[in-house]
Design a protein around this ligand. Structure first.
Ligand code: PMV
Length: 358
């Protein structure tokens, strides 16, 4: 238990009902979180940026109930979603020691995503982030003295207990999570807004998500994280992530796109290498993932482009490039990459600015 985030206020505001509504972004990691200890503590630091167009909107309506157990109904895009209610039950069980006031309420949680339902884009980061911000709104109604920093830190702390990467969606464009010598002010418990200078070019990044496989992945990231515990390369991986964090810090500050590309692609391929060398091993890339990577490398060789790729725990490819290349990259996608996308699907997104209270 982390005492700092336990809610125990003597003089509480009495709240009977109300509602809260937040829009929270998905994020894409440049330095990948892969591997955790108990209680969702990451084994290595990670860094991501928030997306603008891929987000979740969540509304939580709450009324006081006589029941002393937290009670809730969950609706996704207008329909009751029992399968997700089971996941949420576990989540609430994990966070109730930090938010004891929740047991007094009956909640109606209504959520929707901006991105297509079965596109292979993970929604856990944006959905746990939006829900945690709504919960913190309830907490702030009961304890109006909470300041903005504590509000966001605890929201990030709660989101992390739902899905690790969700904790990086609570504030700002670039966000980091996990302690290291490079950023001793960072925490394993919640994310912080990236504290260093970022060259303007990196505030214009686009992220086009090429949908290679719409299927839900067969191997969950939770299982993948656990496999890092006895992984033969885990020590090397932790030190690589720290080294890459230092390199990307320099790249971000200096506007060094070449170094940025080197680090981002190294992180993506290392993430998947860890999967391929786990016990049991697994492969989430598809043949078309590799074909796209090949085309990107070929395109970079032939042109002066600064496009690069990254991968999440799945087969889809994120194309990352500065805004000034938008038109040429769209042509490149249409000409060379579309044939590798399932049903010719891709989503154009770009760097965003974090969550929004609605
Ligand atoms: O948040 P989780 O437990 O789904 O883990 C996500 C891990 C990666 O997306 C593969 C990397 C990251 O840092 O987001």
């Amino acid at each position: 238990m982390v005492r700092e985030f336990v809610f125990n206020l003597k003089k509480k505001n009495e709240i009977f009902n109300g509602e809260s509504h937040w829009k929270a972004p998905s994020n894409i990691a440049l330095i990948k979180y892969w591997g955790k200890k108990s209680n969702q503590i990451p084994i290595n630091p990670s860094l991501s940026f928030a997306l603008k167009n891929c987000y979740t909107q969540t509304k939580v309506s709450f009324v006081q109930s006589d029941n002393s157990n937290l009670d809730f109904d969950f609706f996704f895009e207008g329909n009751r979603k029992k399968s997700f209610e089971n996941k949420l039950k576990k989540y609430f069980k994990n966070i109730i020691i930090y938010c004891s006031y929740l047991s007094k309420f009956k909640l109606k949680i209504e959520s929707s995503n901006s991105f297509p339902h079965s596109s292979g884009i993970a929604s856990s980061a944006s959905s746990y982030c939006a829900l945690s911000l709504c919960i913190m709104d309830i907490e702030k109604k009961i304890d109006p003295s909470i300041d903005n920093q504590r509000f966001l830190r605890k929201a990030s702390f709660l989101a992390r207990l739902g899905s690790g990467s969700a904790c990086r969606s609570t504030k700002g464009s670039y966000s980091m999570w996990g302690k290291s010598n490079v950023f001793p002010m960072a925490s394993n418990l919640f994310s912080i807004e990236y504290p260093e200078k970022v060259n303007e070019i990196f505030n214009t990044l686009c992220d086009t998500i090429l949908i290679v496989d719409k299927q839900k992945k067969k191997f969950s990231s939770t299982d993948g994280h656990m496999l890092m515990q006895n992984h033969p390369f885990s020590i090397a991986r932790i030190s690589q992530a720290k080294d890459n964090l230092l390199l990307i810090k320099n790249a971000l500050e200096l506007g060094d796109l070449k170094l940025f590309i080197k680090v981002v692609e190294s992180e993506a391929l290392s993430l998947h290498s860890m999967m391929m060398t786990s016990d049991p091993q697994f492969i989430l890339m598809k043949p078309n993932t590799l074909k796209i990577i090949d085309e990107i490398w070929e395109y970079r060789k032939k042109t002066k482009s600064n496009v690069c790729f990254t991968l999440d725990a799945g087969a889809n490819v994120h194309l990352i490039y500065p805004q000034e290349e938008f038109d040429s990259i769209q042509k490149f996608i249409n000409l060379k990459l579309l044939i590798f996308c399932e049903s010719g699907k891709f989503i154009n997104d770009k760097i965003g600015i974090g969550p929004l209270k609605l």
